[in-house]
Design a protein around this ligand. Structure first.
Ligand code: HEM
Length: 153
């Protein structure tokens, strides 16, 4: 309601708890995410299904943690940046982030037993800071980057 990320994401955290207590959530998210873009399968396909689900759960938790901490990058996101930056172990093209977001939202909508329309903007507001941090740092870290300045982050 406040529109101020980092202040109150209780609704989002509770929504995620309800989703996770429905056993099917991670499997559904994974299936939708994999079928959204070939590059997802190319990246995740080398892990077992169980591991793929853990990775997705970690990604959602990192995003929720980031939204609790406001604009300062939280530890979880620092770790994600290390892993997913162009020089990280698993570089992710930033064009895949919106696909992750839409797969997540669609899966929450169909899984959260107490879903109401008002949760969608809350979820989107919670996700945005993390995706912004990832996009921003990805651009800043690009070798010979087109944004000029050196990044300290
Ligand atoms: C907003 C989007 C995303 C977030 C917040 C995120 C977050 C994370 C986190 C927290 C981890 C665990 C890092 C650790 O080891 O501690 C991780 C690992 C991983 N992510 Fe993502 N991720 C995102 C998008 C993606 C996308 C789009 C893909 C694939 C297309 C992907 C593939 C992976 C893989 C394969 C790993 C495993 C690395 C390993 O254990 O070797 N992620 N991600």
């Amino acid at each position: 309601m406040t529109g101020d990320p980092g202040v109150n994401n209780l609704d989002v955290r509770q929504s995620y708890q309800r989703c996770r207590s429905e056993g099917a959530f991670l499997g559904r998210f994974l299936a939708r995410f994999l079928s959204s873009d070939k590059r997802v399968d190319a990246t995740l396909g080398r892990y077992t299904k169980a591991r793929q689900e853990v990775i997705l759960d970690q990604s959602v938790r990192a995003v929720i943690q980031q939204s609790r901490s406001g604009s300062a990058p939280a530890d979880g996101i620092h770790r994600v940046v290390q892993v997913h930056s162009p020089h990280g172990d698993v570089p992710i093209d930033p064009s895949l982030y919106p696909i992750w977001v839409e797969s997540l939202i669609a899966t929450i909508k169909e899984t959260d037993p107490e879903w109401v329309a008002a949760l969608e903007p809350e979820w989107r507001a919670a996700i945005a800071p993390a995706v912004d941090v990832l996009m921003e740092l990805h651009m800043a870290g690009r070798p010979g980057g087109d944004r000029g300045g050196a990044s300290r982050v």
